[in-house]
Structure formats: C-alpha cells, structure tokens
Design a protein around this ligand. Structure first.
Ligand code: C5P
Length: 283
C-alpha cells in the first residue's frame, strides 16, 4: 500500500498568447504548488477500481482511473489496483485538483507495480491525460509553456502564505478558454517578468491572468468573490487558472486564518494555504 498527498496549484501569472490549430491555446504561466491537497492511497487489486470521498467523482472517467489504465496499458501490466481518493481540493476550480490526482496516481502506481518508469516516461502519459498533468510531476515553482505541458522548474523560495476563495460553483476550463477574446491575448512579458523575479529574489509577485475577463463574463459570482477578497486583503489578489478560485497573498498564517474566516462568514469556500517547495514534496 502507498499513500501520498496530491497538492493543488495556483497560477502566479498566466497569459494566453493565441489560439492554436489543434484547438488548444498557446500560453505561458508561472505555477506554484500550495499546501491544500487531496490524498491518494493505492493497493494491489485484480482490476482498476476507484473509491472517492466525493461520490460524484467516483466514475471511470475520473482522471485517476484514466491515469491508472494508461500506465497499465503502456507497460502491459496485468495487475490492477484499488485507489482511494480523499478530495479536499474543489473540482473545476482552477486549482488543478484532478490533474494533480492523475500525476500522483502515475507516480504511486509506478512504485506499486515496480515499473521503473522514468519521469520523462511518465511525462509523456501525463501530457496525454491533460495539459496541466506534467507540471504536477515536477511541482514547486515552475515556468510553463506550450499548452501547459512544457515545464521548467524554478528554484524554491521562502514560504509564502495565501488565502484561496471561490463561490462554490464549478467552472469549465474549456468554456473559459473558448470565450477568451483576441484583445485579451498577451505578449508573455508580464509572466516572463514574474519568472525572472523568482530567479532574482526567490519571491514571485503576482503577474496577470489572461483568463480572468473570460472567467468573470461566464461566472459573475467569481468576480464578486475576487472583489470581496480584494476589499479585505491588503496585498494583491489574482484569479487562479481558469477560476473561479481567487488567491490573496498575505503576510503570514495569522492573517491567512483571519481572512479565511471572513470569507467563509460571507458564504464563500475559503482556505489558508502555504507555498510548497519542490524539496517538500513527497511524491
Ligand atoms: O488539457 P485539458 O484537457 O486539461 O484542457 C481542458 C480544455 O481546456 C481543453 O479541452 C481546451 O478546450 C482548453 N485548453 C486550451 N488551451 C490550453 C489548455 C486547455 O484551450 N492550453
């Protein structure tokens, strides 16, 4: 039996550069792993079987099952596995929960089945499962290019504290990308500046999020949540990925707890979170 946390991510900056011929969008981003996590346990079993704390996610289309089946097919594994998934990361929230679960499943099953697959072997399967999945094999702070699958690790910095909040409604990533207008495309300069700041000072400021206007058009409650967080947080606020979760940067754990409680009192889903460096990741 093997167990590991599957951490959420936030986007410190994200720019859509343009639409590609394959239907995806070319983007640049700086991603950061945070302490909010799901938990995954794998055990030997005859077939691939998932049990999940959220019954709505307990189906064959779950990325965890697809990750297990793709690894099994690629490496001609005859054994199965039972996977127990405890969800804490809200689904379809811009926090990469499903992608992180998939990446962690690949790593755990590589060990359980003794496959000896390298990180680059796993990255090929990861990219087939979803644009964000390869990032979660690396984690920490990273610079992201292409449709999301090209990942360059950046050095770990000092701990940073955040509050994550959303209006408790899911938002489809595909819908948000589809509704981005060409005038909302970026040059990438703001995101490159965030990357360079990490390299210079190990502390990343928030850049921009080129999906924000699209997300707010589709999901007005996401904008209200963002504004509510902004009104309360002394520092900067940014939408994470395709939303609807917004992220406020705070000075430390006490401030994070206070702001989290204030957002919860207004009915929002909210949690305090700390940056997780690559060195702290168990997987
Ligand atoms: O890759 P993934 O399946 O996670 O992406 C979900 C959807 O988001 C895609 O089907 C696509 O519509 C959109 N997307 C995009 N450009 C990206 C990543 C995702 O248009 N770089």
């Amino acid at each position: 039996m093997r167990t590991a946390p599957a951490y959420a991510k936030i986007n410190l900056s994200l720019e859509v550069l343009g639409r590609r011929l394959d239907g995806y969008h070319e983007l640049v981003s700086v991603m950061q792993t945070v302490s909010l996590s799901d938990e995954i346990t794998v055990q030997p079993n005859v077939a691939v079987q998932l049990s999940c704390s959220d019954p709505a996610l307990e189906h064959r289309d779950n990325l965890v099952v697809r990750a297990a089946e793709s690894l099994r097919a690629e490496w001609s594994v005859e054994d199965g596995c039972s996977v127990v998934l405890t969800k804490r990361i809200p689904a379809a929230a811009g926090l990469g929960g499903g992608s992180s679960d998939a990446a962690t499943t690949l790593v755990l099953l590589n060990e359980l089945w003794n496959l000896g697959a390298s990180l680059s072997d796993l990255a090929v399967l990861a990219a087939q499962l979803g644009s964000d999945v390869p990032y979660f094999l690396v984690g920490g702070t990273a610079f992201i290019e292409g449709r999301g699958e090209r990942v360059t690790p950046l050095p770990d910095g000092a701990d940073q504290y955040f509050v994550l909040a959303n209006p408790r409604v899911p938002l489809s990533t595909a819908d948000v990308f589809r509704n981005v207008r060409s005038e909302e495309h970026g040059t990438g300069a703001a995101t490159l500046e965030v990357r360079d700041q990490v390299l210079r000072s190990r502390i990343a400021p928030f850049g921009v999020n080129g999906l924000q206007d699209s997300a707010f058009r589709i999901c007005p409650p996401a904008q209200r949540c963002f504004e509510s967080l902004q009104a309360r947080a002394p520092g900067s606020v940014i939408l994470s990925g395709s939303g609807p979760t917004s992220v406020a940067r705070v000075d430390g754990p006490d401030e994070a707890t206070q702001l989290t409680r204030a957002m919860q009192a207004d009915g929002y889903w909210a949690t305090a979170a700390k940056s997780i460096g690559r060195g702290e990741m168990i997987v």
